[in-house]
Design a protein around this ligand. Structure first.
Ligand code: NAP
Length: 295
């Protein structure tokens, strides 16, 4: 069994990007600039945004955090989005989800300039991705693909079962893994809460991508020997014995499933760090595309 070490691979990717940033600086060229908009004070969102901004600093990107109060209106947020769209210095930005309930998430995401949409959530980018065209691929599925590629996991002709059909993980990874190319060419089954017998399907799977957010959902008796496991789930489980008051766990019973698996991602340290690395990669790509359009 081999651990798919997302922490290690994400550090490699960040080092590669940092080298490119150093070269840009040496040539006196503009470095990539990522902005993040956070509305409210959700604990997990604050952690995610904080770590994205810190990663930017570490690799030499410019970064801007726009932290708005919980009471921000939809119109105020849309004005902020319009300002970011027209700010030529910003190469890419993200609007951290979830947004407060009084704001229509769809409306806000639709307002983001697709050329700056480094989260890849705009329908223009999602549509291009589905059609094999150049686009921004959502960071989490992009990270999973990169992890599979760098570990040379054989996906060709394999049966991949994806659990979860969200727009940010399950559905895009099911599209990407069924396309032509490296870490793809897979036969994909997409499952969700209405699927009749998930176990019957996971038992046939060569690769399982679990993205539902239910701790210990995938157990050893649901997988066959030699399966490759990608655990996307991140759940904070309350635990008063820990300083933070919680611990993080994935969807997979790691201890038991890892004994049958050929590859498995740990949580934390698997898909999570890859997501941040690929967001940075998308920002670098956004900068390249803007520079080539401007020149
Ligand atoms: P989501 O929008 O809540 O979607 C969950 C999906 O799981 C839905 O499609 C749902 O089915 C399905 N589901 C729920 N319970 C199920 C069950 N018992 N059996 C089968 N399917 C079930 O979640 P998400 O945003 O994709 O996130 C999923 C998990 O990944 C969460 O833990 C999240 O924190 C984590 N995540 C991690 C990263 C990372 O960087 N590692 C990034 C994003 C998300 P229905 O569609 O039928 O409701």
């Amino acid at each position: 069994m081999e651990i798919l070490d997302g922490k290690k691979i994400s550090n490699q990717i960040k080092d590669e990007i940092a080298v490119e940033v150093t070269q840009l600086k040496e040539r006196g060229e503009k470095v990539p600039h990522l902005a993040a908009v956070l509305v409210g004070n959700d604990g997990a969102s604050l952690t995610y945004v904080g770590s994205k901004v810190r990663s930017c600093k570490k690799i030499g990107f410019e970064s801007t955090l726009i932290h708005l109060p919980e009471e921000t209106t939809e119109d105020e947020l849309l004005s902020q989005v319009a300002a970011l769209n027209s700010n030529a210095d910003i190469d890419g930005y993200i609007v951290q989800l979830p947004l407060p309930e009084h704001i229509d998430e769809q409306k806000v995401l639709m307002a983001v300039d697709p050329d700056k949409d480094v989260d890849g959530f705009h329908p223009t980018n999602f549509g291009k991705m589905a059609l094999d065209m150049k686009s921004f691929i959502p960071a989490t599925p992009f990270g999973i693909m990169e992890l599979l590629r760098r570990y040379d996991v054989d996906t060709e002709g394999k049966h991949t079962v994806v659990i979860g059909r969200s727009h940010i993980v399950g559905r895009p990874i099911s599209i990407l893994m069924s396309q032509k190319g490296k870490a793809a060419n897979s036969t994909v089954t997409l499952t969700h809460s209405r699927t009749k017998d998930i176990k019957e399907l996971t038992l046939q799977a060569d690769i399982i991508v679990s993205a539902l957010g239910v701790p210990n959902f995938l157990k050893a008796d649901m997988v066959k020997e030699g399966v490759a496991i990608i655990d996307v789930g991140i759940t904070r489980v309350p635990d008063e014995t820990r300083e933070r008051g919680y611990y993080i766990t994935g969807d997979v019973d790691f201890e038991a499933v890892s004994k049958k698996a050929s590859y498995i991602t740990p949580v934390p340290g698997g898909v999570g760090p890859m997501t941040i690395a690929m967001l940075l990669k998308n920002t670098l790509l956004a900068r390249e595309r803007h520079q080539s359009t401007n020149n």
